[in-house]
Design a protein around this ligand. Structure first.
Ligand SMILES: NC(=O)c1ccc[n+]([C@@H]2O[C@H](COP(=O)([O-])OP(=O)(O)OC[C@H]3O[C@@H](n4cnc5c(N)ncnc54)[C@H](O)[C@@H]3O)[C@@H](O)[C@H]2O)c1
Length: 253
């Protein structure tokens, strides 16, 4: 039995101007959902919109800085505007920040990385839950990272800690909201070919991490999008509080 269609569902995807967020937003729209693709990058959002020929669902874009609680509240409100419901929220927006040792870190970098990666996801969950709890229905997907489980790189402390925070927040939100039938799940990507990975890899492509990945390849954004659609579908109805690695086996090493 499969229920992957997501027809008519109201979906918000943050960080949807490129990379995984774009692929996730496009996949939901193709599966029949009403999607709001949000980001701070207007040019990237316009490209995301242009990549969706009108089809099963709808896709609109919205500028939203997830560090701004009111902006996130407004974004979620727009999603619920038509039907009173937001069915699925994907907290995907994130930034790497400056990768330097803790001894050299700055308060500004801490605020930036935690502001987007942690506070942004908290604002999303808080405001989506205002609509999900009364309806006793909804799914929240938090995009974490393998680095939330395994600290792999010196200098990446803030990014890794922000992703570990998301793994923990996913559990807390699942515990608090299971009673309402709301599922909160996490997904921990391994190395995926996106602007984020390309920017950190530089000229060194494919990055050397490929040698540590049992499947010996870099993942594609569609690998993530398919898993997000499945995790938020009724086929995954008994999964909550868990963060699923989609990493080519890297965490098994
Ligand atoms: N690419 C990888 O290998 C990898 C691995 C593990 C986890 N991840 C995670 O996957 C998710 C998607 O990453 P990606 O690789 O597609 O990255 P990306 O940099 O390509 O996309 C991230 C998007 O977030 C947006 N964004 C940044 N700050 C924002 C803000 N304040 N408000 C709204 N949007 C903002 C960016 O504009 C960008 O479009 C992120 O959570 C990332 O941490 C990526």
């Amino acid at each position: 039995m499969t229920d992957l269609a997501h027809e008519g569902k109201s979906v918000v995807v943050t960080g949807a101007a490129g990379g995984m967020g774009r692929a996730i937003a496009l996949a939901y729209a193709a599966a029949g959902a009403s999607v709001i693709a949000a980001d701070v990058n207007d040019d990237g959002l316009a490209e995301t919109r242009a990549l969706y020929p009108d089809g099963a669902g709808t896709l609109v874009t919205r500028n939203c800085d997830v560090r701004n609680e009111q902006a996130v509240a407004d974004l979620v409100g727009q999603a619920a505007d038509k039907t009173g419901a937001i069915d699925i929220l994907v907290n995907n927006a994130a930034m790497l920040g400056e990768w330097v040792p803790i001894a050299e870190q700055t308060s500004e970098n801490l605020d930036r990385v935690f502001g987007v990666n942690v506070k942004g996801a908290i604002f999303g969950m808080k405001h989506a839950l205002q609509y999900m709890i009364p309806r006793k229905s909804g799914v929240i997907v938090n995009i974490a990272s393998v680095q939330g489980f395994r600290v792999a790189y010196a200098g990446a402390a803030f990014y890794a800690a922000s992703k570990a925070a998301l793994v923990s927040l996913t559990k807390s939100a699942a515990i608090e909201n299971g009673q309402y039938g709301i599922r909160v799940v996490g997904l921990a990507p391994g190395p995926i070919d996106t602007p984020m990975l390309r920017s950190s890899a530089g000229e060194d492509w494919p990055p050397p991490i490929i040698n540590d990945v049992p499947l010996a390849k870099i993942g594609q954004v569609e690998d993530i999008a398919r898993t997000v659609l499945w995790l938020s579908s009724n086929d995954a109805a008994y999964i909550s509080g868990a963060t699923l690695p989609v990493d080519g086996g890297w965490l098994a090493v």
